[in-house]
Design a protein around this ligand. Sequence first.
Ligand SMILES: Cc1cc2nc3c(=O)[nH]c(=O)nc-3n(C[C@H](O)[C@H](O)[C@H](O)COP(=O)(O)O)c2cc1C
Length: 131
Amino acid sequence: MVMTQEMMDVIADSRAYVATATADGVPNVVPIGNIKPLDNKTVIIADSYMIKSRANLEANPKVAFVVQDAAKHPFQFKGSVKIYKSGEYYDQVVQWVKETAPLAPKPKAAIVIDIEEIYSVKVGDAGKKID
Ligand SMILES: Cc1cc2nc3c(=O)[nH]c(=O)nc-3n(C[C@H](O)[C@H](O)[C@H](O)COP(=O)(O)O)c2cc1C
């Protein structure tokens, strides 16, 4: 699944609402500011504060998110994550948070999302698969 430039720009520039679920399907949703695309198929999140979200992702790697201004950018992204507590992706989020939020705690992990499905949530064609 391939994100367009518009999709990548809005993910980089805005907050997202990120949904996870327990292994038996109890949902959880949180706002996330440190989220950005790595390329047109991959998104990275700095896990600085996740508790339930992180426990959910350890048990169930599936994630879904929408961006804050879904009225203007009506996209819904779904994918599977890998969690990195060291290495290149982890070092990247540590550096990123240091630059964007110097007072924030050191991230606990990098959450890398492999984008698998993209849908429209636009009123009128809601639920339509884009890619
Ligand atoms: C505006 C805003 C931005 C946030 N950005 C992040 C973030 O980039 N990374 C993060 O780990 N938590 C972030 N949080 C915290 C999470 O939304 C949430 O509080 C945290 O994941 C704990 O909730 P949970 O136990 O349901 O996961 C942010 C919260 C707010 C209000």
